[in-house]
Design a protein around this ligand. Structure first.
Ligand SMILES: *[C@@H]1O[C@H](CO)[C@@H](O)[C@H](O)[C@H]1NC(C)=O
Ligand SMILES: *[C@@H]1O[C@H](CO)[C@@H](O)[C@H](O)[C@H]1NC(C)=O
Length: 405
Protein backbone atom coordinates (compact mmCIF):
# COMPACT_ATOMS: atom_id res chain seq x y z
CA UNK A 1 0.00 0.00 0.00
CA UNK A 2 1.34 3.45 -0.94
CA UNK A 3 1.40 6.66 1.09
CA UNK A 4 -1.69 8.26 -0.50
CA UNK A 5 -3.78 5.23 0.28
CA UNK A 6 -2.65 5.25 3.89
CA UNK A 7 -3.37 8.93 4.16
CA UNK A 8 -6.81 8.42 2.77
CA UNK A 9 -7.47 5.65 5.28
CA UNK A 10 -6.25 7.82 8.10
CA UNK A 11 -8.55 10.60 6.96
CA UNK A 12 -11.38 8.18 6.80
CA UNK A 13 -10.72 7.07 10.36
CA UNK A 14 -10.56 10.69 11.52
CA UNK A 15 -13.84 11.36 9.77
CA UNK A 16 -15.39 8.42 11.42
CA UNK A 17 -14.20 9.13 14.94
CA UNK A 18 -17.06 11.32 16.08
CA UNK A 19 -19.49 8.86 14.60
CA UNK A 20 -17.60 5.95 16.13
CA UNK A 21 -17.65 7.62 19.48
CA UNK A 22 -21.39 7.88 19.23
CA UNK A 23 -21.63 4.30 18.10
CA UNK A 24 -19.44 3.19 20.95
CA UNK A 25 -21.54 5.08 23.40
CA UNK A 26 -24.60 3.55 21.91
CA UNK A 27 -23.03 0.11 22.06
CA UNK A 28 -22.07 0.57 25.67
CA UNK A 29 -25.56 1.74 26.50
CA UNK A 30 -27.10 -1.20 24.67
CA UNK A 31 -24.80 -3.66 26.42
CA UNK A 32 -25.65 -2.14 29.75
CA UNK A 33 -29.32 -2.30 29.03
CA UNK A 34 -29.10 -5.87 27.82
CA UNK A 35 -27.13 -6.90 30.84
CA UNK A 36 -29.54 -5.19 33.17
CA UNK A 37 -32.48 -6.71 31.40
CA UNK A 38 -30.90 -10.13 31.54
CA UNK A 39 -30.18 -9.73 35.20
CA UNK A 40 -33.42 -8.20 36.19
CA UNK A 41 -35.68 -11.20 36.94
CA UNK A 42 -33.74 -12.55 39.94
CA UNK A 43 -32.97 -9.07 41.25
CA UNK A 44 -36.50 -7.85 40.70
CA UNK A 45 -37.15 -5.77 43.77
CA UNK A 46 -39.93 -7.22 45.84
CA UNK A 47 -41.75 -3.91 46.36
CA UNK A 48 -42.91 -4.06 42.74
CA UNK A 49 -45.02 -7.11 43.51
CA UNK A 50 -45.08 -6.97 47.26
CA UNK A 51 -47.01 -10.03 48.31
CA UNK A 52 -47.54 -11.91 45.09
CA UNK A 53 -43.92 -12.99 45.35
CA UNK A 54 -44.68 -16.69 44.99
CA UNK A 55 -42.64 -18.04 42.16
CA UNK A 56 -43.58 -21.44 40.69
CA UNK A 57 -40.66 -23.81 40.09
CA UNK A 58 -40.42 -27.05 38.13
CA UNK A 59 -41.21 -30.13 40.21
CA UNK A 60 -38.32 -32.08 38.68
CA UNK A 61 -35.67 -29.38 39.21
CA UNK A 62 -32.69 -30.75 41.09
CA UNK A 63 -32.81 -27.80 43.50
CA UNK A 64 -36.48 -28.46 44.22
CA UNK A 65 -35.84 -32.17 44.80
CA UNK A 66 -33.07 -31.26 47.24
CA UNK A 67 -35.36 -28.87 49.15
CA UNK A 68 -38.10 -31.52 49.22
CA UNK A 69 -35.59 -34.03 50.58
CA UNK A 70 -34.54 -31.69 53.39
CA UNK A 71 -38.16 -30.93 54.27
CA UNK A 72 -39.11 -34.60 54.42
CA UNK A 73 -36.04 -35.39 56.49
CA UNK A 74 -37.15 -32.74 58.98
CA UNK A 75 -40.71 -34.08 59.02
CA UNK A 76 -39.40 -37.58 59.72
CA UNK A 77 -37.18 -36.32 62.53
CA UNK A 78 -40.11 -34.57 64.14
CA UNK A 79 -41.98 -37.88 64.59
CA UNK A 80 -42.00 -39.96 67.75
CA UNK A 81 -44.16 -42.67 66.29
CA UNK A 82 -44.84 -44.44 63.03
CA UNK A 83 -42.75 -45.03 59.96
CA UNK A 84 -40.50 -42.73 57.96
CA UNK A 85 -41.91 -41.22 54.79
CA UNK A 86 -40.16 -41.14 51.45
CA UNK A 87 -40.76 -38.82 48.53
CA UNK A 88 -42.71 -40.27 45.64
CA UNK A 89 -42.87 -37.00 43.76
CA UNK A 90 -43.05 -33.28 44.20
CA UNK A 91 -46.66 -32.34 43.52
CA UNK A 92 -46.26 -28.57 43.60
CA UNK A 93 -43.71 -26.01 44.72
CA UNK A 94 -43.54 -22.23 45.05
CA UNK A 95 -40.61 -20.15 46.16
CA UNK A 96 -40.97 -16.88 48.00
CA UNK A 97 -37.65 -15.11 47.80
CA UNK A 98 -37.23 -12.54 50.54
CA UNK A 99 -34.31 -10.18 50.39
CA UNK A 100 -31.71 -10.71 53.14
CA UNK A 101 -33.72 -13.65 54.41
CA UNK A 102 -33.33 -16.22 51.66
CA UNK A 103 -36.35 -18.21 50.55
CA UNK A 104 -39.48 -19.70 51.97
CA UNK A 105 -40.68 -22.69 49.94
CA UNK A 106 -44.27 -23.94 49.85
CA UNK A 107 -44.09 -27.64 49.07
CA UNK A 108 -46.79 -30.16 48.30
CA UNK A 109 -45.26 -33.63 48.37
CA UNK A 110 -46.69 -37.01 47.44
CA UNK A 111 -45.23 -39.42 49.95
CA UNK A 112 -44.98 -43.15 50.63
CA UNK A 113 -44.46 -44.84 53.95
CA UNK A 114 -41.22 -46.82 54.20
CA UNK A 115 -40.36 -49.89 56.24
CA UNK A 116 -38.13 -47.87 58.62
CA UNK A 117 -39.58 -46.94 61.97
CA UNK A 118 -38.94 -43.27 62.82
CA UNK A 119 -37.15 -44.30 66.02
CA UNK A 120 -34.55 -46.16 63.97
CA UNK A 121 -33.36 -42.76 62.69
CA UNK A 122 -32.07 -44.47 59.60
CA UNK A 123 -30.78 -42.56 56.62
CA UNK A 124 -33.44 -41.84 54.04
CA UNK A 125 -31.58 -43.73 51.34
CA UNK A 126 -31.72 -46.95 53.37
CA UNK A 127 -35.50 -46.82 53.65
CA UNK A 128 -37.50 -48.34 50.83
CA UNK A 129 -41.23 -47.89 50.33
CA UNK A 130 -43.37 -50.83 51.39
CA UNK A 131 -44.66 -53.49 49.00
CA UNK A 132 -47.71 -52.36 47.03
CA UNK A 133 -50.15 -54.52 49.02
CA UNK A 134 -49.21 -52.83 52.27
CA UNK A 135 -48.59 -49.33 50.96
CA UNK A 136 -49.49 -46.35 53.04
CA UNK A 137 -49.38 -43.16 51.07
CA UNK A 138 -50.61 -39.62 50.93
CA UNK A 139 -49.69 -36.01 50.77
CA UNK A 140 -47.70 -33.56 52.89
CA UNK A 141 -47.70 -29.81 52.77
CA UNK A 142 -44.65 -28.12 54.17
CA UNK A 143 -43.13 -24.69 54.47
CA UNK A 144 -39.36 -24.75 54.35
CA UNK A 145 -37.01 -21.85 54.93
CA UNK A 146 -33.55 -21.85 53.38
CA UNK A 147 -30.96 -19.17 53.76
CA UNK A 148 -27.92 -20.60 52.02
CA UNK A 149 -25.35 -17.92 52.86
CA UNK A 150 -26.35 -18.12 56.51
CA UNK A 151 -26.57 -21.92 56.40
CA UNK A 152 -30.08 -22.00 57.77
CA UNK A 153 -32.52 -24.80 57.00
CA UNK A 154 -35.75 -24.64 58.94
CA UNK A 155 -39.16 -26.28 58.74
CA UNK A 156 -41.65 -23.85 60.29
CA UNK A 157 -44.71 -25.98 59.60
CA UNK A 158 -46.01 -29.14 57.97
CA UNK A 159 -49.09 -31.33 57.88
CA UNK A 160 -49.57 -34.71 56.21
CA UNK A 161 -52.53 -36.97 55.50
CA UNK A 162 -51.98 -40.68 54.83
CA UNK A 163 -54.19 -43.62 53.92
CA UNK A 164 -53.49 -47.31 53.48
CA UNK A 165 -53.84 -48.61 49.94
CA UNK A 166 -57.29 -49.84 48.93
CA UNK A 167 -57.72 -53.43 50.17
CA UNK A 168 -60.27 -54.12 47.47
CA UNK A 169 -57.89 -53.06 44.70
CA UNK A 170 -54.93 -55.01 46.00
CA UNK A 171 -57.07 -58.06 46.52
CA UNK A 172 -58.25 -57.89 42.92
CA UNK A 173 -54.67 -57.63 41.71
CA UNK A 174 -53.22 -60.22 44.04
CA UNK A 175 -55.72 -62.38 45.93
CA UNK A 176 -52.98 -64.30 47.77
CA UNK A 177 -50.96 -61.30 48.88
CA UNK A 178 -50.77 -60.50 52.59
CA UNK A 179 -53.37 -58.00 53.61
CA UNK A 180 -53.18 -55.41 56.41
CA UNK A 181 -55.19 -56.38 59.47
CA UNK A 182 -56.42 -54.63 62.57
CA UNK A 183 -53.59 -54.20 65.06
CA UNK A 184 -55.90 -55.08 67.93
CA UNK A 185 -56.91 -58.49 66.56
CA UNK A 186 -56.16 -61.29 69.09
CA UNK A 187 -54.13 -63.27 66.55
CA UNK A 188 -51.92 -60.22 66.01
CA UNK A 189 -51.11 -60.04 69.70
CA UNK A 190 -50.55 -63.79 69.75
CA UNK A 191 -48.10 -63.57 66.85
CA UNK A 192 -46.22 -60.76 68.58
CA UNK A 193 -46.04 -62.51 71.96
CA UNK A 194 -45.01 -65.86 70.50
CA UNK A 195 -42.32 -64.41 68.30
CA UNK A 196 -40.97 -62.26 71.13
CA UNK A 197 -40.90 -65.32 73.40
CA UNK A 198 -38.77 -67.03 70.78
CA UNK A 199 -36.43 -64.04 70.64
CA UNK A 200 -36.16 -63.91 74.44
CA UNK A 201 -35.45 -67.64 74.65
CA UNK A 202 -32.36 -67.04 72.52
CA UNK A 203 -31.27 -63.87 74.22
CA UNK A 204 -28.48 -64.76 76.64
CA UNK A 205 -28.86 -62.03 79.22
CA UNK A 206 -31.36 -59.26 78.61
CA UNK A 207 -35.05 -59.92 78.22
CA UNK A 208 -37.41 -57.76 76.25
CA UNK A 209 -41.08 -56.99 76.45
CA UNK A 210 -43.66 -55.78 73.99
CA UNK A 211 -44.28 -52.04 73.78
CA UNK A 212 -46.80 -52.14 70.97
CA UNK A 213 -47.58 -53.65 67.61
CA UNK A 214 -46.93 -51.17 64.79
CA UNK A 215 -47.87 -53.20 61.70
CA UNK A 216 -49.74 -56.41 60.98
CA UNK A 217 -50.66 -58.37 57.89
CA UNK A 218 -52.46 -61.65 57.48
CA UNK A 219 -52.19 -64.19 54.70
CA UNK A 220 -54.21 -67.31 53.90
CA UNK A 221 -51.94 -68.99 51.38
CA UNK A 222 -49.85 -71.11 51.51
CA UNK A 223 -50.82 -71.31 55.18
CA UNK A 224 -52.68 -69.10 57.57
CA UNK A 225 -50.03 -66.74 58.80
CA UNK A 226 -49.63 -63.43 60.50
CA UNK A 227 -46.73 -61.06 60.06
CA UNK A 228 -46.27 -58.46 62.74
CA UNK A 229 -43.91 -55.63 63.54
CA UNK A 230 -43.62 -54.37 67.10
CA UNK A 231 -41.51 -52.19 69.33
CA UNK A 232 -39.68 -53.72 72.27
CA UNK A 233 -38.10 -52.40 75.42
CA UNK A 234 -35.90 -53.95 78.05
CA UNK A 235 -37.91 -55.91 80.57
CA UNK A 236 -37.60 -55.02 84.25
CA UNK A 237 -35.65 -57.48 86.37
CA UNK A 238 -37.35 -60.61 87.58
CA UNK A 239 -36.26 -62.86 90.44
CA UNK A 240 -34.96 -65.47 88.06
CA UNK A 241 -32.70 -63.02 86.26
CA UNK A 242 -30.64 -61.48 88.97
CA UNK A 243 -28.02 -60.28 86.54
CA UNK A 244 -30.20 -58.13 84.34
CA UNK A 245 -29.90 -54.39 84.68
CA UNK A 246 -32.72 -52.60 86.39
CA UNK A 247 -34.86 -50.67 83.97
CA UNK A 248 -37.99 -48.73 84.73
CA UNK A 249 -40.82 -50.47 82.91
CA UNK A 250 -41.82 -47.29 81.13
CA UNK A 251 -38.43 -47.09 79.43
CA UNK A 252 -38.12 -46.12 75.80
CA UNK A 253 -38.36 -48.65 72.98
CA UNK A 254 -34.92 -50.02 72.19
CA UNK A 255 -35.69 -51.85 68.99
CA UNK A 256 -38.20 -53.18 66.53
CA UNK A 257 -38.99 -56.81 65.70
CA UNK A 258 -40.55 -58.56 62.77
CA UNK A 259 -42.24 -61.77 63.65
CA UNK A 260 -44.54 -64.26 62.04
CA UNK A 261 -46.80 -67.01 63.21
CA UNK A 262 -48.05 -69.60 60.75
CA UNK A 263 -50.30 -72.51 61.43
CA UNK A 264 -52.04 -75.19 59.42
CA UNK A 265 -54.50 -75.97 62.15
CA UNK A 266 -57.39 -74.22 60.43
CA UNK A 267 -57.50 -77.01 57.86
CA UNK A 268 -59.96 -79.32 59.63
CA UNK A 269 -58.82 -82.65 58.19
CA UNK A 270 -55.17 -82.22 58.99
CA UNK A 271 -53.84 -82.84 62.46
CA UNK A 272 -52.94 -79.50 63.97
CA UNK A 273 -49.33 -78.91 63.15
CA UNK A 274 -46.82 -77.22 65.30
CA UNK A 275 -47.07 -73.45 64.86
CA UNK A 276 -44.14 -72.08 62.99
CA UNK A 277 -42.69 -68.92 64.52
CA UNK A 278 -40.05 -66.62 63.10
CA UNK A 279 -38.48 -63.52 64.59
CA UNK A 280 -35.80 -60.96 63.77
CA UNK A 281 -35.14 -57.89 65.86
CA UNK A 282 -33.20 -54.79 65.12
CA UNK A 283 -31.93 -52.46 67.82
CA UNK A 284 -32.02 -48.73 67.44
CA UNK A 285 -28.77 -46.88 67.53
CA UNK A 286 -28.55 -45.58 71.06
CA UNK A 287 -29.36 -41.93 71.24
CA UNK A 288 -27.95 -39.96 74.10
CA UNK A 289 -31.11 -38.15 75.07
CA UNK A 290 -30.86 -34.97 77.03
CA UNK A 291 -33.33 -35.43 79.87
CA UNK A 292 -36.44 -33.32 79.44
CA UNK A 293 -35.57 -32.05 76.02
CA UNK A 294 -34.58 -32.81 72.49
CA UNK A 295 -30.94 -33.41 72.01
CA UNK A 296 -29.78 -31.01 69.32
CA UNK A 297 -27.21 -33.60 68.30
CA UNK A 298 -30.00 -35.99 67.41
CA UNK A 299 -31.83 -33.48 65.30
CA UNK A 300 -28.60 -32.66 63.51
CA UNK A 301 -28.47 -35.03 60.63
CA UNK A 302 -26.23 -35.83 57.73
CA UNK A 303 -27.37 -32.69 55.97
CA UNK A 304 -25.05 -30.87 53.68
CA UNK A 305 -25.66 -27.59 55.40
CA UNK A 306 -25.30 -27.70 59.16
CA UNK A 307 -28.72 -27.03 60.48
CA UNK A 308 -29.37 -24.51 63.17
CA UNK A 309 -32.05 -26.38 64.97
CA UNK A 310 -32.02 -24.63 68.26
CA UNK A 311 -34.01 -25.95 71.15
CA UNK A 312 -36.36 -23.07 71.66
CA UNK A 313 -36.69 -21.65 75.11
CA UNK A 314 -38.46 -18.33 75.13
CA UNK A 315 -40.88 -18.29 72.22
CA UNK A 316 -43.90 -20.51 72.82
CA UNK A 317 -44.91 -20.38 69.15
CA UNK A 318 -41.68 -22.18 68.35
CA UNK A 319 -41.96 -24.87 70.98
CA UNK A 320 -45.44 -25.79 69.77
CA UNK A 321 -45.61 -28.83 67.51
CA UNK A 322 -44.87 -27.74 64.01
CA UNK A 323 -47.23 -30.19 62.41
CA UNK A 324 -48.71 -33.63 62.46
CA UNK A 325 -49.38 -36.69 60.36
CA UNK A 326 -53.01 -37.63 60.12
CA UNK A 327 -53.94 -41.26 59.33
CA UNK A 328 -57.24 -41.88 57.55
CA UNK A 329 -58.86 -45.23 56.65
CA UNK A 330 -58.49 -46.61 53.13
CA UNK A 331 -60.81 -45.27 50.46
CA UNK A 332 -62.84 -48.52 50.39
CA UNK A 333 -64.60 -47.40 53.52
CA UNK A 334 -65.94 -44.30 51.85
CA UNK A 335 -69.47 -44.16 50.50
CA UNK A 336 -69.77 -44.90 46.78
CA UNK A 337 -70.69 -41.37 45.70
CA UNK A 338 -67.52 -39.82 47.07
CA UNK A 339 -65.26 -42.04 44.96
CA UNK A 340 -63.53 -40.50 42.02
CA UNK A 341 -62.77 -37.32 43.84
CA UNK A 342 -59.48 -35.54 43.31
CA UNK A 343 -56.50 -36.32 45.54
CA UNK A 344 -56.83 -32.94 47.19
CA UNK A 345 -60.23 -34.05 48.46
CA UNK A 346 -59.18 -37.63 49.17
CA UNK A 347 -56.09 -36.46 51.08
CA UNK A 348 -57.14 -33.20 52.66
CA UNK A 349 -54.13 -31.39 54.10
CA UNK A 350 -54.52 -28.05 55.72
CA UNK A 351 -51.51 -25.84 56.28
CA UNK A 352 -52.01 -22.19 56.90
CA UNK A 353 -49.99 -20.10 59.27
CA UNK A 354 -52.05 -17.14 58.11
CA UNK A 355 -55.25 -16.41 56.25
CA UNK A 356 -54.27 -12.84 55.50
CA UNK A 357 -53.77 -12.56 51.71
CA UNK A 358 -51.17 -9.86 52.33
CA UNK A 359 -49.22 -12.24 54.53
CA UNK A 360 -48.00 -12.15 58.08
CA UNK A 361 -44.55 -12.22 59.56
CA UNK A 362 -42.99 -15.12 61.38
CA UNK A 363 -40.25 -14.30 63.86
CA UNK A 364 -37.28 -16.56 63.15
CA UNK A 365 -34.70 -14.57 65.07
CA UNK A 366 -33.85 -17.64 67.16
CA UNK A 367 -32.37 -19.23 64.03
CA UNK A 368 -29.94 -16.40 63.50
CA UNK A 369 -28.66 -15.64 67.00
CA UNK A 370 -28.25 -11.98 66.21
CA UNK A 371 -29.34 -8.85 68.05
CA UNK A 372 -31.61 -7.68 65.25
CA UNK A 373 -34.98 -9.30 64.62
CA UNK A 374 -35.29 -11.66 61.69
CA UNK A 375 -38.73 -12.05 60.20
CA UNK A 376 -40.06 -14.14 57.37
CA UNK A 377 -43.12 -13.15 55.39
CA UNK A 378 -45.60 -16.02 55.43
CA UNK A 379 -48.48 -16.18 52.95
CA UNK A 380 -51.58 -18.38 52.87
CA UNK A 381 -50.60 -21.74 51.37
CA UNK A 382 -50.94 -21.45 47.58
CA UNK A 383 -53.57 -23.49 45.74
CA UNK A 384 -53.37 -25.15 42.35
CA UNK A 385 -53.61 -21.89 40.41
CA UNK A 386 -50.46 -20.70 38.64
CA UNK A 387 -48.73 -23.97 39.25
CA UNK A 388 -45.74 -24.66 37.02
CA UNK A 389 -46.45 -26.70 33.89
CA UNK A 390 -43.71 -29.04 35.10
CA UNK A 391 -45.76 -30.10 38.09
CA UNK A 392 -46.47 -32.65 39.42
CA UNK A 393 -43.04 -34.16 38.80
CA UNK A 394 -42.32 -37.74 37.76
CA UNK A 395 -43.18 -40.45 40.30
CA UNK A 396 -40.38 -42.51 41.83
CA UNK A 397 -42.60 -45.55 42.28
CA UNK A 398 -45.20 -46.16 39.65
CA UNK A 399 -47.79 -48.04 41.63
CA UNK A 400 -51.00 -49.01 39.85
CA UNK A 401 -53.03 -49.45 43.02
CA UNK A 402 -52.20 -46.06 44.42
CA UNK A 403 -54.74 -43.39 43.88
CA UNK A 404 -53.10 -40.66 41.85
CA UNK A 405 -54.44 -38.03 39.48
C1 LIG B 1 -36.37 -35.35 35.57
O1 LIG B 1 -35.02 -35.02 35.72
C2 LIG B 1 -34.12 -36.08 35.44
C3 LIG B 1 -32.72 -35.60 35.78
O2 LIG B 1 -32.54 -34.28 35.51
C4 LIG B 1 -34.27 -36.50 33.98
O3 LIG B 1 -33.39 -37.56 33.68
C5 LIG B 1 -35.71 -36.93 33.74
O4 LIG B 1 -35.90 -37.23 32.37
C6 LIG B 1 -36.67 -35.82 34.15
N1 LIG B 1 -38.04 -36.34 34.05
C7 LIG B 1 -39.04 -35.64 33.55
C8 LIG B 1 -40.36 -36.33 33.46
O5 LIG B 1 -38.90 -34.49 33.16
C1 LIG C 1 -52.68 -29.14 60.55
O1 LIG C 1 -53.81 -29.95 60.43
C2 LIG C 1 -54.71 -29.90 61.53
C3 LIG C 1 -55.85 -30.85 61.25
O2 LIG C 1 -55.36 -32.08 60.90
C4 LIG C 1 -55.23 -28.48 61.72
O3 LIG C 1 -56.03 -28.43 62.87
C5 LIG C 1 -54.06 -27.55 61.87
O4 LIG C 1 -54.53 -26.23 61.93
C6 LIG C 1 -53.12 -27.68 60.70
N1 LIG C 1 -51.97 -26.83 60.91
C7 LIG C 1 -51.81 -25.69 60.23
C8 LIG C 1 -50.58 -24.91 60.58
O5 LIG C 1 -52.57 -25.33 59.35
Amino acid sequence: MGGPVLAALYQLILDLVPYRMGLLRLLVLCTLAACCMARSPPVQPLPQRPFSGLHPLGCNDSQVLAVAGFALQNINRDQKDGYMLSLNRVHDVREHYQEDMGSLFYLTLDVLETGCHVLSRKAQKDCKPRMFYESVYGQCKAMFHINKPRRVLYLPAYNCTLRPVSKRKTHMMCPDCPSPIDLSAPSVLEAATESLAKFNSKSPSKKYELVKVTKATGQLMPSLSYHVEYLIREAPCTQSQASCSLQPSDSEPVGICQGSLSSMSYVPLIQPLENSVTVTCEFFESQAQVPGGENPAVTQGPQKLPQKNITPTSSPSVTAPRGSIQHLPDLDDKPEESKGESPEEAFPVQLDLTTNPQGDTLDVSFLYLEPEEKKLVVLPFPGKEQRSAECPGPEKERNPVLFSP
